[in-house]
Design a protein around this ligand. Structure first.
Ligand SMILES: Cc1ncc(COP(=O)(O)O)c(C=O)c1O
Length: 436
């Protein structure tokens, strides 16, 4: 296996087993059952610290807001708070989870392209740090709510800067043809700021953009900086408005397979900071605070999923299907985006590859495939298959298709394991159902 995939504390131990956070994965599978999400806490901490250190090295004011849609459970909000980051939430449910975890409301940023009155009210009641306003409908709703409550609120305007970050089109949210944010080119963003400036209860702290996900090109971010600072300079000239914050969103790429070559976090942030200094210098604009919203790059390669291998279907000359005890119910990304993953037999991690398998899930759906054509040692039934980099958008997109209970989630650090989400039971599956 490719050593590059052994990020964070992942390693192969003396028993030839995959180890994470000082814990043997075969032992974790035996203790908690499979499928099992396992998170390397040290790796999550390290990612938070790398982002923060990069801004500090550049002497920038900043906020690193973990985009909690990537993985939203009580324990991750606690961990992110320990690391001194902020969070962004995109729904009442994520907001509620963050608050229940004791996350300070002033460090919560609220996103979403169709926030409901109930969700906005929850955000206002709890005095979240900032609401990122997405559209005219939301400006009207918030106008009414702030006036009704006579409550001031910090807002940012989300813009779609029309930058193609060369990523999979389904997860690119920054192009012009996007459901998110105000268009930059057609004047909608200018209409939006004028509306926002009319309401004295809005404290417009700045502007937001998010150009896509799994981005490897640093230029996509620096080009965005250019566009956004150009926009801010035009707003100063037109409306006498100076922004405190430029929010560049998330999207920093990670390694899922050998084919991915992510840049160092510090290199990307250095380039962003240098571009901000350069462009603000050109416009003689005060350097704003830079906020970012990394999701995948904080939790993605900190997480692995352990499965038990089961049935095999060999179609000679065509394909050898190897099924595991999970699938699109715990990782829908391959079915949704053709996302690529790689894996290892965790209980025989150093054995050489002998066969090519395609890893199938157990759902009644032909598209329920986790990995196509992966070379592995000859697999036995009840081996443990560890899929790498499943920490982002795995558990958070998990579902009960085919009434499959969602797996448990375990955090590991320094040779200790902690159950942070229990495995769902069959009883959990029906607890909202009513007989007629
Ligand atoms: C507004 C916004 N911020 C941040 C993110 C996080 O992106 P990533 O997980 O790729 O860093 C997303 C992802 O969809 C987003 O829409």
């Amino acid at each position: 296996m490719n050593e590059q995939l052994l990020t964070g504390t992942l390693k192969i131990n003396e028993n030839n087993h995959l180890e994470i956070g000082g814990m043997d994965t075969a032992a974790l599978a035996a203790k908690y059952g499979t499928p099992l999400y396992v998170y390397d806490v040290a790796q999550i901490r390290s990612k938070c610290r790398q982002f923060k250190a990069a801004f500090e090295k550049n002497d920038f004011s900043y906020q690193v807001a973990y985009a909690s849609k990537a993985f939203s459970v009580l324990a991750i909000y606690q961990l992110i708070q320990e690391e001194g980051c902020s969070v962004d939430v995109v729904s009442g449910g994520e907001l509620y989870t963050a608050l229940k975890a004791g996350f300070p409301a002033e460090k919560i940023h609220f996103h979403g392209n169709n926030k409901t009155v109930a969700e906005l009210t929850l955000a206002l009641e709890n005095k979240v740090g900032c609401i990122i306003v997405d559209n005219f409908y939301e400006i009207d709703l918030l106008n009414a709510l702030t006036k009704e409550r006579n409550q001031r609120v910090a807002v940012q305007l989300r813009t779609a800067p029309g930058i193609n970050a060369h990523t999979h089109e389904y997860i690119t949210t920054g192009q012009r043809d996007s459901k998110f944010g105000f268009d930059l080119e057609n004047g909608q963003i200018d209409q939006a700021i004028q509306k926002v400036l009319e309401n004295p209860l809005f404290d417009l702290i700045g502007v937001h953009c998010h150009i896509g996900s799994q981005i490897f090109e640093t230029e996509a971010f620096t080009h965005t900086v250019d566009k956004m600072i150009g926009l801010l300079a035009s707003w100063r000239d037109k409306y006498g408005y100076t922004a405190k914050v430029l929010n560049l969103g998330g999207g920093f790429g990670i390694r899922y397979t050998e084919a991915d070559e992510p840049k160092e976090i510090s290199d990307i942030i250095d380039a962003v900071c240098q571009e901000v200094v350069q462009k603000t210098g050109e416009y003689d604009y005060p350097v704003p605070e830079i906020w970012i919203e990394p999701g995948r790059s904080i939790v993605g390669d900190a997480g692995i999923t352990l499965y038990e291998t089961g049935s095999e279907k060999d179609i000679p000359g065509i394909r050898n299907y190897l099924a595991v005890d999970g699938g699109m119910s715990d990782n829908i990304r391959p079915a949704l985006y053709d996302a690529a993953y790689t894996a290892v037999i965790a209980n025989r991690a150093t054995e050489p590859a002998e066969e090519t398998y395609s890893i199938a899930g157990k759902c009644c759906e032909s598209g329920d495939m986790l990995i196509w054509d992966i070379p592995l040692p000859k697999v036995n039934q009840k081996d443990i298959l560890a899929v790498f980099s499943t920490g982002a958008y795995g558990y958070s997109m998990a579902n009960n298709y085919n009434r499959i209970p969602r797996p448990a989630v375990v955090f590991v650090e320094d040779g200790e394991d902690a159950l942070v989400v229990k495995r769902e039971t069959y009883e959990d599956l029906i607890h909202l159902d009513q007989l007629i």
